[in-house]
Design a protein around this ligand. Structure first.
Ligand SMILES: [Fe+2]
Ligand SMILES: [Fe+2]
Length: 325
């Protein structure tokens, strides 16, 4: 154990005495947390926790949000982009919620630590993404969340799957975990990656681009985690577990199409291509057509082959997916 550091953040968090714990129990900042917007994501904790937090999330050089020049952009453009960034912050926070639930389940299933270590990294990454997106939203919004709290709402995260089965049912727990990894990582993170690639290409602002590139780098690892972890868990699934996973895939295809393709069908974008390059002022947004083309192309070119390599049947799942209303 190291004893030489003078950095308070290296010391045990609870401190040596009961009075110290009591003093930390209700920091003043926590009492003030009344805002229901994503501004609250950035609420301070204590100086010591803030230092640990920064050490965890500030890996690549923190973007200079103060350098954002609001005069370069029309207020309407800033407001629209800020709402996109606020929704991203909420989605990234949802990933913290999902990956921590997965960690809990995999702990109870007693998988090896080499699976838990990368997953712990994913959780930290998603905390960083949530902060990056929330700070970006607040830096560029011309009015602040008080003017339109609905656009900056920070709702309770809800996982798009049922709760994990009990720890005593290890096979079901592993099957549940495989389904979560399939949806959140193999599909969610693999789709997220090309979106961030595209956003970084069209973005014309250096602060927004720095944020996008930090997230973009992590999403590559997150997708890779998903494919490796799913390959690791699949042999533990019985026939029922694999059938359930195939059904999860079918429903997830429909769910992602509804939320990501912006109402456009594969027939509407078939044969079209998108030419992504820097043009008019852009603070990190894509057009709906771009989302749809990237979604369908990534499903076909990346997701289908990777799923087939694992022995799943993506074509059958796609053909029977629930269709957007
Ligand atoms: Fe993320
Ligand atoms: Fe991610």
């Amino acid at each position: 154990m190291s004893t030489g550091s003078q950095d308070p953040s290296d010391r045990p968090l609870a401190g040596p005495s009961r009075p110290a714990v009591a003093a930390l129990a209700r920091p003043a900042a926590l009492v003030e947390l009344t805002s229901a917007t994503c501004e609250r994501l950035l609420a301070p904790a204590t100086p010591r926790l803030a230092r640990v937090h920064r050490q965890q999330i500030d890996r690549d050089g923190w973007p200079d949000f103060a350098a954002f020049d609001p005069h370069r952009y029309d207020p309407g453009l800033r407001r629209d982009a800020a709402r996109h960034w606020a929704r991203r912050a909420v989605a990234e926070h949802g990933s913290v919620h999902q990956f921590s639930a997965l960690t809990h389940a995999l702990c109870e299933a007693r998988v090896g630590l080499e699976l838990l270590g990368p997953l712990a990294r994913l959780i930290t990454d998603e905390v960083r993404h949530a902060e990056l997106c929330a700070r970006m939203a607040l830096a560029i919004d011309p009015e602040g969340p008080g003017a339109s709290p609905g656009a900056f709402a920070w709702p309770v995260p809800v996982a798009p799957w049922p709760d994990a089965p009990p720890a005593a049912e290890r096979e079901r727990l592993l099957a549940w975990s495989a389904g979560v990894i399939l949806v959140a990582c193999c599909l969610g993170e693999t789709l997220s990656r090309p979106f961030y690639d595209a956003l970084a290409l069209v973005c014309t602002d250096p602060t927004a681009e720095a944020v996008l590139r930090q997230i973009q780098r992590d999403e590559h690892l997150h997708a890779a985690f998903g494919w490796d972890a799913l390959a690791l868990l699949l042999p533990a699934l019985d026939a029922g577990g694999r059938a359930s996973l195939q059904d999860t895939l079918r429903r997830a295809f429909g769910g992602f199409e509804t939320t990501t393709a912006c109402g456009l069908t594969i027939d509407q974008v078939a044969g079209t291509s998108i030419d992504l390059e820097r043009g008019p002022p852009n603070l990190g947004t894509l057009e709906e057509h771009h989302y749809a083309v990237i979604f369908f192309a990534t499903i076909e070119q990346e997701v289908f082959p990777a799923l087939a390599a694992l022995g799943l049947d993506p074509a059958a799942a796609w053909a029977t997916r629930p269709r957007p209303a």
